[in-house]
Structure formats: structure tokens, C-alpha cells
Ligand binder design. Sequence first.
Ligand code: F6P
Length: 327
Amino acid sequence: MKKKVHKIGVLTSGGDSPGMNACIRAAVRTALYHGLEVFGIMRGYSGMVENDIFKMESRSVANIIQRGGTILKTSRCKDFFTPEGRKVAYNNLKKHGIDGLVIIGGDGSFRGAQIFSNEFDIPCVGLPGTIDKDIAGTDFTIGFDTAVNTAVEAIDKIRDTMDAHDRLFVIEVMGRDAGYIALHSGIATGAENILIPERKTDMNEIIDQLAEKERRKKLVNLIVVAEGDDFGGANEVAKAIKEKLPQTEARVCILGHIQRGGSPSCFDRLIASRMGYSAVECLIEGRHNVFVGIVNNRMSYIPLNEAVKKKQRISEEWMKIVKILAS
Ligand code: F6P
């Protein structure tokens, strides 16, 4: 028989993502609906370690569903990855009587939650909040849809000027370890090449393709590269192209953190609301130490211990589509 949960803590951890606020709102209001007490924990695990914890009411989450970032703020907390740090965090939670946690974040945050839940008797539920979409066990992560649409909007604008000048553009999007933003925004904007960390980049092949296109007078070319691509990002790619094809007018644009901010899309607000609600239901029903995702439009629950071992993979079909559509 699993212990009943009465007071829950909510935190956001790792890189922020649009929709985190909608998720906090859903978790807080679902908990209050069920008569639980709710506490906001500031700056992710840092707030647990530093006892920066406050009581939340329904109005604490008023007027936030449309806001990017996270009202609880976020961080990547090194102290929490030490046994001493986690002990301090546990004692702080106990001071408030918190007996359940909702953690909205990326894979690093779940590793923290997994270790913590194995050491202490406070059940944790993890929700995928990351623009990178690099978490297995869910078809969607909170923030990806908004981020990829921001990238698409920016790339479309660049394409106008690229086309007007017959130029080649190398556009770098976010994704230190994951190529999903590059892949989806690249396909959606008709990129000729998409370079991602999950695949080895063959620069010679790209240069041969560009040389052949130049012979056919096709000068407008769009290369979308994820920041974590093994060749080294947009500047490196453009440098290699200019070295081999000096007559090519290549320009670089690094989209950067604009991809992480902004008002969440309707889709992100919806999945965030659904996930925030489900996390609290899990804690109440005794489904503890799980990662909550959405698979085939149904809620999915994986033990945290398993979730941290898996990584979202890029499907071969997507890669085939990229090749065929760019030819
Ligand atoms: O949120 C994920 C991510 O956007 C990665 O794609 C990126 O490399 C990283 O965060 C950068 O985060 P920060 O600027 O906070 O170090």
C-alpha cells in the first residue's frame, strides 16, 4: 500500500521551455481541487537545497498560462548531485511537510529525481519540459512545438532575403545533444541539408552537392545545423564551404535563445495542462516515481529508473524524407 500524499512541491529544472507555466498552473490547480496543499520550489533543485519554498494558492498561478519562461525560475543545481546536498534538500522538504514532488524538466532533472526517489521516501513524478524533445517515453515535450515554430518563422524570414540575393545560408538552431529542432524546422522550411548531432556530418558530400548545384546555377541553398552537430556548428560549416567554394556567398545566422522564450503555442499549453493534471493524479493514485508522457495520444507512465536510461532516437524515416525532399 503506497503512502497517501497530502502536500506536494512543484519545481521546474534545467533549461526553461515555453509551457512550463501552463504545467505549473495545471499541477497547482489539480492539487487544490483534490484538497492537497501545494508548495512552489524556486530555481529547481536549488530551492530545495536552499529552502526557497513557498505556499501556492489558486491565484498564485493566475494569468500565467500564456507566459513563456517559468514563474518558479529554474537552474542546473550541482549541489543536488551530491549526497549531502540531497540530504539537506530532503530535510527542507520535511520542514514544510512536503510528501510528493512534481518535477518539470529535462533528462538531467530526471536523473536527479531518480536518485532522490531511490534514497528518500518522497515520491516524485517527472514531466518532460524541454525544447529539445530528446526524452524517450513521450511523443511530445513541453516547449518543443513553440520552439520549433519560432525557428520556422525566423528561417522563413531569412529565406526571403536569401532568395532575393541568391545566397547560401547556414542557420544554427538549438540542440546541444539533440537534432529534433533542426530536423523539424529544416523539413518545414525546405532546407537542402540538415545537420544533427545524431548523425555524422559528411562535409565533403555537402560540398560536392553544392558544387553540382552551382553548375546548375542553383545558388539559393539553406543548411540548418543543430548547435551540437559533430562538425562544429554554423560558423564551422560556413568556413568549410568558403574554403572549398570561395565564390559562394555564404551567410551565417545563429538563432540562439529566442527559440527558448516566448508565449507557448496552443499545443504546448494543452499538453502542459494535460501533463500537469496527470502528474498530480499519479501522486494521489499511488503511481509513484514515474515519468509521465503522452504516447499515441494516451498518457504513458514509465518508472523513473527506466526513463533515465532511454534516449529519444531520430527515426530513419525522417532522415529518408529529408534526403528525398531536398533533392
Ligand atoms: O534547453 C535545452 C537547450 O536549449 C539546448 O539545446 C542548449 O544547448 C542548451 O539548452 C543551452 O542552455 P543554456 O544556455 O542555458 O546553457
